[in-house]
Design a protein around this ligand. Sequence first.
Ligand code: 5AD
Ligand code: FES
Length: 366
Amino acid sequence: MRELLDRLVAGEMTTPEEWRALLDCSAPEVRQALYEAAYRVKLDTVGPTVYFRGIVELSNMCSKDCYYCGIRRSNTNVERYQMSEEEILRDALWAHEHKYGSIVLQSGERQDAQFVEQIERILRRIKEASGGELGITLSLGEQSEAVYRAWFEAGAHRYLLRIETTNPDLYRALHPESHTFDARVACLDTLRRVGYQVGTGVMIGLPGQTSEDLANDIAFFRDRDIDMIGMGPYVLHSETPLADGLDSIDPETQLELGLKMIAVTRLVLRDVNIAATTALQALNPIGREMGLQAGANIIMPNLTDTPYRKSYQLYEGKPCLDEDSTLCRGCLQKRVAGIGETIGLGEWGDSPHFLKRIHVSRGEER
Ligand code: 5AD
Ligand code: FES
């Protein structure tokens, strides 16, 4: 394993079978060596700076029905909400004033014209009110090329759309028939074509998922030249079909697998942005710091107004439901300083991978 880690740190070609061996390892000293190797590559490629992406969960209304998700359309126990444009703008400007370089607008998936137009208006208003300074990432699901284009032109420049799993059979087992793997992959292609920095990711530790699947997920990220990764452990939500018949999943095992995925992904992809997602913190109070130490470099502090947070639970045990943004910010600053890293304030923090690609396509030197 040491030799394999050395080859990965040196940036040599390695195979999914080799990554799989790392994902399967459970010996604490091997895991520690894996995290340390990933951390070294992170320092060399993206540095010790953590970028904040303040996330606004603007609505939990959703037309999708994924079997694992707490806000799926068929869950009638959820109180549905939609934030007003003023509320969204206020949260975005709070982020700007506090020098968060960029924000993420996320919601359940809707494709109706009213929603599409509202997002477009909000994008323009945020851009205008922040003097063009605030970077905006969207995480609003599958849309047509025309919609992706309209939102890009209105000011969004990054888009997150998780592929969830790259094993088409597992994808089918986790979704109703109308949600197809091919359509999702096509959306990732469209986003790239329109000009977004493209982010994707998977859920880790899904029932029926193997380490071979996870290694293939990393190969998918690499082969599609993905710029940003947002992935996290699968966490049960009891009001979902996938949780039926499952007792509980050991949080320790889920966390460990999540961290190993971050580390191997950092070793293989090197200069991309990787988020330490909130699902890690749902499993362990210091899960996100552990993610940073295993190779992640992005944190997404929650900006959603507290009354809405309890209604945006994709899984159980989501942290910080009672804290407002000010508390989240203070808490995160302490956490980041606690592991000796600094926060990149007032910068977009684009993925170096994206910047290099843009330079290459313009024929400039790397
Ligand atoms: N556990 C972990 N992540 C989940 N998501 C949805 N439900 C769950 C769950 N139960 C993730 C999906 C989706 C993102 C917004 O939230 O990956 O893309
Ligand atoms: Fe698909 Fe929530 S319904 S992720």
